[in-house]
Design a protein around this ligand. Sequence first.
Ligand code: AMP
Ligand code: MG
Length: 545
Amino acid sequence: MIHSNAERGASLVDLCDLSFDNSFVRELPADSLLRNVPRAVRNACYTRVEPTPVPAPQLLAWADPVGEMLGALPPDSSTGPVAEVLGGNRVLPGMQPYAARYGGHQFGQWAGQLGDGRAITLAEVVSPDGMRHDLQLKGAGRTPYSRTADGRAVLRSSVREYMCSEAMHYLGVPTTRALSLVATGEAVVRDMFYDGNPQAEPGAVVCRVAPSFVRFGNFEILADHEELDALKRLADYVIGTHFPELGAPSPATYARWFEEICWRTATMIAEWMRVGFVHGVMNTDNMSILGLTIDYGPYGWLEGYDPRWTPNTTDAQWRRYCYGNQPQIALWNLARLGVALAPLIEDKTALENGLAVFGETYERASHRMLADKLGLVSLDWEGDDHLLSDLFELLQEVETDMTLFFRLLAALPVESAADTADDSGLVEPLRRAFYTDEAFAPAQRSRLGGWLRRYIARVRQEQGGVPASERIERMNRANPKYVLRNYLAQQAIDALERGDAAYMARLMAVLQHPYDEQPRHDELADRRPEWARHKPGCSALSCSS
Ligand code: AMP
Ligand code: MG
C-alpha cells in the first residue's frame, strides 16, 4: 500500500503539493466567534476551527484510487508530512479548515444543534477532471459542535467507515469515499456496551472525501432559527456548486432541486436494499443533500434475510431504522427537508410533488433491481407479485443468507434439470445460503422446491431467445458475491489492533471487485460463522464510536 517513488504515476503529485480551494468558507456566512468551546452558534453555516494535533500520527491505510481521483500520489512514508496532514497535525497553505453547523431529527425528534462535533473539513481539492472534493477529517478533535463529547474516534469505528465507504463505492452505491486511515497514538475512552465499563481504545482519524458533506440538517437548523438569509445562501451555494444544471436560483429552481434530491435519495435507498445494507442511524443529520451514503456508524449487512433486522443496539426496541423501514424513513426525512426548504418555495404543492417523485422513483428502481436480482426482464407479468411475496416469506421461514441466496440462484439448472429434478435436487445448489438444516426438512424442502419450480417456469417463459449466459451475467451484476459482512469487518479490526494490516488489505482488494468470482477468496463470501452470531461488532453494534 505504501509505494516507492519508482511506482508513482506520472501526473500525480504529493498530497502536500496539491492546490486547495475553500468555496464553502468563501461563499457562506461564517460564525462571527472563533472560540473553540461547545456553544450554540447563530447566523452561520460553519465555524473556522483547526484540528487538534495528536501525539503520533501513523498512516495505516491509503486508498490508491481515491488518491488518484484527487491527483495525489501514495505517500512513501507512513509517518511523514502526509500522515501529519491526515492526522490533523499540520494544516497546509491554502487550507481553511472549518466545522459545519447543522441540526437534525434524531429517532423522529428534533434534536436542535448538532454540527460537526468531531469532523473538520480541511479544504476542497479540484481534481484533474474538474470535480470538487472536500477533504474531511473525522476524529480531528473538539469543535464548537462537540457538545459534551471529546471530538475523537476509535480505531474500530474508523476502520469500519474506511472499509465500508470504499466497499459501497465498488458495489455501485452512491457514497462518500475514504482516502486514509491514520492511527493517532492516543487512547480514546469509550463505554462500548453502555454498561458503565469505559475502556481505553486506540484512536484514529479517517480522511473522508466527497463533493460535499452537506446534510439535510444543515438546512433544518437555519430554518428552525428562521435564519432565512443564510438558508437561501446555503441553497444557492449548493445548487450553484453541485447542481449547476438546474439554473439560476428561483422558487421554481428550488422546487426542481428538491425533486432531484428526492430522486437521488430514492435511487440510493433502492441500492441499499439491493445489496442488503442497513445504515442503522438514518437521522436527518446523516442524510446527504447529494444523495450519498454518509456517516458510517452502527451500520450492518443483512445476513439472514429479515426486514426487521437492525444492527444498531440503540434501535433494538423500536427498530425504526431496520432494513425494511429504510425507504419509508428516507421519505420521512425528505419531508423534514421539505419543511426546512419551504420558506424558499412559494408553491407548496411543489414539495408534495417532490415527495411523490420519491415514491415513484423508489417503486420503479426497486422493481428494476428485484427483476435484475431474479434475472427477469421485468416484474409486471401476472403472478409476479405473488412470486415475489412468496419468496420473501420463504427467505424468512428458515434463516437464509440474502447475499448467498441471490448469488446462488443464478446457478440453478433452469434449462436442464428442472423438469426431472426432485425437491432435493432443486434446493441443493442453494445449500450454502441456509444457516440451519431446517431448509432440508421435508416440508420446507417441498415449499422451497415448489417456489423454485414456479421461478424456473417464469424464467423459461420470458427467456425466449436470450441465452442463459446473458441472464446469468445480468444476475451476477445485481447480486454481489462479496459484501463487507459484519464479522469480516470485525476480523479486520482485530487484526489491525494486533498490528497486522494484511487482512484488511486483502479484504479491501477483494471488495474492489464484489461481483467477480475470485475463487481464491471464496471463504470471504461464506455465510456468517456461528461464533460470530452474538459476538459484539459481528452482529450488533452500539453507537459508541
Ligand atoms: P452521529 O450519531 O455519529 O451521526 O453523531 C451525531 C452528532 O454527534 C454529530 O453532531 C457528531 O458530530 C456528534 N458526535 C458524535 N461523536 C462525537 C464525539 N466523539 N465528539 C464530538 N462530537 C461527536
Ligand atoms: Mg452523523
